[in-house]
Design a protein around this ligand. Sequence first.
Ligand SMILES: C[S@@+](CC[C@H](N)C(=O)[O-])C[C@H]1O[C@@H](n2cnc3c(N)ncnc32)[C@H](O)[C@@H]1O
Length: 272
Amino acid sequence: MQIAENVQPLQSAIFRWAASLKSWNLAWETGIYPGEMAAFLGVCEMAGVRTIIESGRGDHAYSTRVLGEYSERTGVAVYSIDLVPNAKQIADLEDRYPQLRCLVGSAFDFVPVVAARQSGPLALLLDGPKMRPANRLSMMVSAVFNVVVVAHHNCPLESPWGKEFAEVFPGAFHYEDLMLAQAEEWRAFKTWERDCVKSYEISDEDDGTVGRSLEMSSLAVARLERCRYTKKRLFSLWQGDPRHNPLMLYAKWRLQNGSLSKCIGQQTASSS
Ligand SMILES: C[S@@+](CC[C@H](N)C(=O)[O-])C[C@H]1O[C@@H](n2cnc3c(N)ncnc32)[C@H](O)[C@@H]1O
């Protein structure tokens, strides 16, 4: 883990977004914790992100609504992808947040196609797919497009897939590494967060479900330097399910870009 020497501007950005997030008063049922989202927004602001691509809206879309609020205040474009075609949820989200576009389909198809349509710096927030497949997808997209921030949920850096994340994205961190807890305002925010999520925490389960706690976040975050991520890197992480091999994902994107781009055009046109 390498954190920039001067973390103070990042800490300040996170504190500001934490205060905003609290004022938005969004109900939390399940999903990414508020503190994790505040840290993600702070990192996006500091990295000058112009488009956020989220995958994994879930049943309650907490993270999507936070991104929608952020887009209202910053003009940053947000694309949210999920396999589940929940038409009512999508209509409500897009009505409430005009800069947000919800897409229905697989992240393995849509994330590269959406990324290819953007000109400014990008951030990826993956909360489905997860684990090693998520690493492969983010790796391919960041090797080819201008991705400056990558964040994966349920990705403790000490887990096998978290270790792989840190190898692929050097400098990966959890927000606890930023020493936020030294500030009274963060400690107060964490008390509010505990109430907001009704103290929801789970331990690791035998079936492989990853535990999560309010004391140690599971959102792995990395800021990327463009020059490090060349297409040559697509050859790494070739092991595992061939459908998630970065080179295969790249080839699939090249083959399907036209038709999927049309499909995204249709989905976004029918919702606007
Ligand atoms: C835990 S939920 C997301 C929760 C949400 N981020 C929040 O904070 O409320 C995971 C979601 O990922 C979606 N998902 C899983 N694999 C996916 C894939 N390959 N492409 C798109 N969505 C996927 C699932 O359909 C599910 O809705």
